[in-house]
Each structure stands twice: as C-alpha cells, then as structure tokens.
Design a protein around this ligand. Structure first.
Ligand code: DAT
Ligand code: MG
Length: 142
C-alpha cells in the first residue's frame, strides 16, 4: 500500500448543520491527515464542471443547485490507501445503504444531500485535487 491523496468535500447540508468538525474528526481518528482545507462557496460553473461526468443524469440540475446552496469545505486528505479508505469512511451514496458508523449513515439526509464527497480513483483524485488546490496549498506534516 502507498501513501495517497484524495479530494474530500463537506457538502452544504453538513456545513449548514455545523458538522464540519465532527466529520473532520472521523477522518483524523482514522489516521487521515487533512493536508489542505478551504471553506468556499462554489459558483454554478464550478459545480457544473466539477460534476461534468454526471451532466446527462436526471439528478444533475438538483445536484448543482444543492452544491451552490451554502458554503462547502474542500480538503485534501493524505494517508495510506487514502482514496479507498476515505470512501469506506464515507459510506454508500445512498445513506439508507451505508454501513453503521460511516459519515453518511450518521449524518446524510438523503441520496442527494449526503454530506460528503470523495474521489473514487487515483485519476479522479488527481483531477479533483487540481481543480481546487495548487501544490503550494497542500502542506503535510513530516
Ligand atoms: P458518490 O458521491 O458516492 O461518488 P456519485 O458519484 O454516483 O456518488 O454521484 C455524485 C452525487 O450525485 C452523489 O453524491 C449524490 C448525487 N446523486 C447520485 N445519484 C443520485 C440519485 N439517484 N438521485 C439524487 N442524487 C444523486
Ligand atoms: Mg462520485
């Protein structure tokens, strides 16, 4: 296994309910280091570009409206096997199917308002980290 980086987003339903710290604690307790983090409001073109792979899906409009509705926290997580490990900690897209203890099981409101995003492969991690962060903004501890 290798040290990886992945892109995480704490979504509007979670920032709105003041859950940033609780979600960060799940990641930090699991040994993932938050090596970059910024609270931003996504613009509509940014949200559309970030989720371009879903542009033909019926839920795309709703997804974009949701992602621009309140601030989000974008972050880079680093650790052993971070991409898959983060997806495990997040739980299934549909919170009704998410395992006990996962972020989505604990906090998600619905399939759409599901509290967190995580990259799903090394390729998407590279693209998604580059979408929000420059190398200078990513600061791991030694
Ligand atoms: P994930 O976020 O688990 O990687 P995804 O990439 O398939 O899931 O979809 C991106 C987001 O789009 C997901 O977090 C919530 C929303 N979404 C996906 N499927 C949906 C559906 N059937 N109805 C409403 N929103 C949906
Ligand atoms: Mg996805």
């Amino acid at each position: 296994m290798a040290v990886e980086r992945t892109l995480s987003i704490i979504k509007p339903d979670a920032t709105r309910r003041n859950l940033t710290g609780k979600i960060n604690a799940v990641y930090e307790d699991a040994g993932l280091q938050i090596v970059g983090q910024r609270r931003i409001r996504l613009t509509r073109p940014q949200a559309e570009a970030f989720y371009a792979e879903h542009k033909d899906r019926p839920f795309f409009g709703e997804l974009v409206e949701f992602m621009i509705s309140e601030p989000v926290v974008v972050q880079v997580l680093q650790g052993e096997n971070a991409i898959a490990r983060h997806r495990e900690l997040m739980g299934a897209t549909n919170p009704e199917k998410a395992d006990e203890g996962t972020v989505r099981k604990q906090f998600a409101l619905s399939m759409g308002e599901n509290s967190v995003h995580g990259s799903d492969s090394p390729e998407s991690a590279r693209r998604e980290i580059g979408f929000f962060f420059s190398e200078l903004e990513i600061l791991p501890c030694a």
